[in-house]
Design a protein around this ligand. Structure first.
Ligand code: GDP
Ligand code: MG
Length: 728
């Protein structure tokens, strides 16, 4: 038999230092995933220590255990259903009162609890002293001081936790949150009733069940119905009677009364155990906030930070991007030279390396963007930004927090959608996820640059800016529409937490950044890889096309003619001749490629799709380009290059070809709007599906955005035609 296993759960408020302590206990032996069924991050790690096999679970950070948000439900269910051997509650000692709310709620459950008074250094520097022994006595739980980021006290915490797990103290323990006399009496009556009717059916502590039912806890009510069958409705009826009894006495919803009383109890404990010296250091955070959340200065400063972030992301990111691009070019050149000609080689170079490469080059941007965002988060500035945006976001029925993912959407929609995880209410999260793709991501910019540059050469900047703006406006309109139809309901009441500013730790920044980038890489790799292979296959097959001319022979003839002529002409004319020959071969290759694509599967698809795009003024080649943009928006431009038969890197040639192709400024404008609005890209769809845990939302998003894109493009194109702008 191996060492005994002990399961330890870490609970605590967001920002209390849970993850820091988790990392310091588990080091690198950890697993990150999602809780089954929901997209809330799950961290698990195990380690051998003190002769035990310790399994540590980092519960989601919450402020309470009322099942309001997914995080709270996950945390509570874990303690209730999985019965960890010990729950360590990480308490922010510099914020005792707020932290104790969750701590006392956990204390009300039947589980072995130990408190870690973390951020002891911060508390001390603010002149806050906490009497741990007294707290331990009052609440009947072991209490340990820790400083998570310096690894202080963590070993003692673990030892005590093991000791507690191995001890046979009796549960439930007696000293607990006490409510006022009327409430205690009501709880007692109801509890006795429950013990008679349910007995052990629910396997939770009856006192806790009583309290929760009196608080009208939805999840517990459902469970009572489920577990007690016929008796369920009778029990709930009893609960209703007791609730109205409390309501009569306190003239308020029982939930509110209970919350008030818990805070009363906590205030009592805080008074007993905490002393603050009069020499309290000036609260630096508050001073910083006087500037950063100032009514007049706050907003401009915020805009500046955002501007600086994008500036950094794109200017600094451009260098490594170039290196990677060069690297990929070298790789494909090397492969091209070494591998024998075969279909496999084409697939590898034109399909996989080109396709995956076009996405990998964005890694530096993403790393930098995430690094900046990690700084915003770890310093505590992010919540100030959300605070500043709150008023504006309320227009859509969302609060300021939703602004963070939208902001990130200008970089790339994928991490932006992942960032919506921080939202507490599921509806808010889905709404935010649905409107985020209208934030025009960086991959769409090249398309605008080509189209606007071609058809609005003198007003390109203005046109592009209007497109970005239109994206924001349409996301707001969509938000309002969905808020009043599909995702109706209250937004969860929400206090904008303003945690104290902290100097971020480099290690924590790196972990944050890498955690997210890793996910990005993994997912992108998979999807882009598959997408690239598909597009390549569709555009390269069938291989037995009947060409309108024999290009191979034509090339040979051209070469022969050239060689013959070189012997005849003078040295002077040689250059001219060579140029002519090169142009000729290029033209032949171009024609060959056009015909290959036109007659390939993707050409057939394009022709098939053409009627759908005709009303918005886009021909079959545009249709194919847009279709490939489905995989990644970056591909649209290069697809257009292939289809309009120009070399990829010749921007002017593409412009020329586009103008010749019958496209007008009006249809180009329509196409830009279409690009802005239609299905983001495979990666985004996959992320939507993953983050909402539902194919339905993902497909809904695809359908909605594509219809909207088509509708808007149609209005622009046909409206413009009616007004007489149709002629180039
Ligand atoms: P979580 O949200 O509870 O997981 O909190 P984190 O572990 O992410 O910690 C939030 C921030 O607090 C990080 O920047 C940590 O470096 C910092 N931190 C954690 N523990 C302590 C501590 O004891 N003292 C100080 N000063 N900072 C800490
Ligand atoms: Mg954390």
């Amino acid at each position: 038999m191996g060492p005994k296993q002990i399961r330890i759960a870490l609970a605590g408020n967001p920002n209390s230092g849970k993850t820091t302590i988790f990392n310091s206990i588990t080091g690198t032996r950890q697993k990150v995933g999602n809780w089954p069924g929901v997209t809330v991050e799950k961290k698990e790690g195990s380690i051998h220590k003190f002769g035990y096999h310790l399994k540590i679970i980092d519960l989601p950070g919450t402020y309470s255990l009322t099942p309001f948000s997914i995080e709270e439900i996950v945390a509570r269910n874990f303690v209730l259903e999985e019965h960890p051997d010990v729950v360590i509650v990480i308490i922010d000692a510099s914020n005792l009162e707020r932290s104790l709310y969750l701590a006392t709620q956990i204390r009300e459950l039947d589980c072995k609890v130990i408190f870690a008074l973390n951020m002891q250094d911060v508390a001390r520097s603010r002149g806050i002293k906490i009497d741990a022994d007294k707290m331990s006595q009052l609440l009947d739980v072991p209490v340990v001081f820790t400083v998570g980021n310096k690894n202080e006290g963590v070993d003692i915490l673990l030892e005590k936790a093991i000791e507690l797990a191995e001890s046979d103290i009796e549960l439930p323990r007696t000293r607990r949150v006490k409510y006022s006399k009327d409430i205690e009496k009501c709880i007692e009556n109801f509890k006795t009733y429950l013990e008679k009717t349910i007995g052990d059916n629910l396997s939770y502590n009856p006192r806790w069940i009583a309290i929760k039912l009196l608080e009208d806890d939805k999840i517990l009510k459902d469970r009572v119905i489920e577990k007690t069958g016929d008796k369920g409705s009778e029990i709930l009826e009893q609960a209703r009677i007791h609730r109205s009894h409390i309501m009569n006495i306190f003239d308020d919803d029982p939930e509110i009364t209970f919350t008030d009383e818990r805070y009363g109890f906590i205030a009592g404990i805080v008074k007993e155990v905490m002393t603050t010296s009069t020499m309290q250091r000036i609260d630096i955070s508050r001073n910083i906030d006087m500037v950063l959340t100032n009514r007049f200065l706050g907003f401009p400063i915020f805009i500046f930070f955002i501007w600086a972030m994008f500036q950094l992301t794109f200017t600094l990111g451009a260098y490594p991007m170039e290196w990677i691009e060069t690297g990929i070019g070298m790789l494909s050149g090397f492969m091209g030279a070494r591998l024998p000609d075969s279909i496999l080689k084409d697939l590898l170079i034109d399909g996989i390396i080109a396709g995956v490469g076009s996405v990998i080059i964005f890694l530096p941007n993403i790393l930098i963007l995430f690094f900046c965002i990690a700084i915003f988060e770890d310093t505590g500035y992010m919540s100030r930004a959300a605070f500043l945006m709150d008023k504006i976001m309320h227009l859509i029925g969302l609060h300021g927090k939703s602004f963070i993912p939208m902001l990130m959407g200008f970089g790339c929609n994928v991490p932006a959608i992942m960032a919506a995880r921080t939202l507490e209410s599921e509806k808010d999260r889905i709404l935010t996820i649905l409107i985020t793709p209208f934030m025009s991501c960086s991959a769409r910019l090249p398309i605008y640059i080509v189209l606007a540059g071609t058809f609005f050469p003198r007003r390109a900047g203005t046109v592009i800016f209007s497109i970005y703006l239109a994206g924001i406006v349409l996301s707001i309109l969509t938000g309002r529409l969905f808020r009043s139809t599909l995702l109706r309901g209250m937004d969860a009441p929400f206090v904008m937490e303003l945690p104290p500013y902290r100097i971020p730790m480099l290690k924590s920044l790196m972990i944050h950044m890498w955690d997210r980038s890793k996910m990005f890489l993994k997912k992108m790799g998979g999807i882009i890889l598959i997408g690239s292979v598909i597009i390549w296959t569709l555009s390269s097959f069938p291989s037995n096309i009947e060409y309108s001319a024999d290009y191979a022979i034509k090339m040979k003839v051209a070469k022969q003619t050239f060689e013959e002529q070189t012997t005849l002409v003078q040295e002077k004319e040689l250059g001219q001749l060579k140029q002519k020959y090169e142009e000729e071969t290029k033209d032949l290759k171009r024609k060959l490629r056009t015909e290959t694509t036109e007659k390939s599967y993707i050409g057939h698809i394009g022709k098939f799709m053409a009627p759908f795009f005709a009303p918005i003024g886009i021909d079959w080649r545009g249709s194919v380009a847009l279709l490939t943009g489905f995989v990644a928006k970056e591909i649209v431009v290069s697809t257009m290059g292939v289809l309009y038969a120009v070399e990829d890197d010749e921007a002017d040639a593409l412009k020329h070809a586009l103008r010749e192709s019958g496209m007008t400024p009006l249809s180009a404008l329509g196409m830009m709007f279409f690009v802005l609005l239609y299905v983001p890209c495979l990666a985004t769809i996959a992320t939507i599906r993953k983050e909402t845990q539902s194919w339905r939302w993902a497909l809904f998003s695809v359908a909605y955005s594509t219809l909207l894109a088509w509708g808007v493009a149609f209005a622009i194109y046909q409206g413009g035609m009616l007004l007489g702008f149709g002629i180039a």
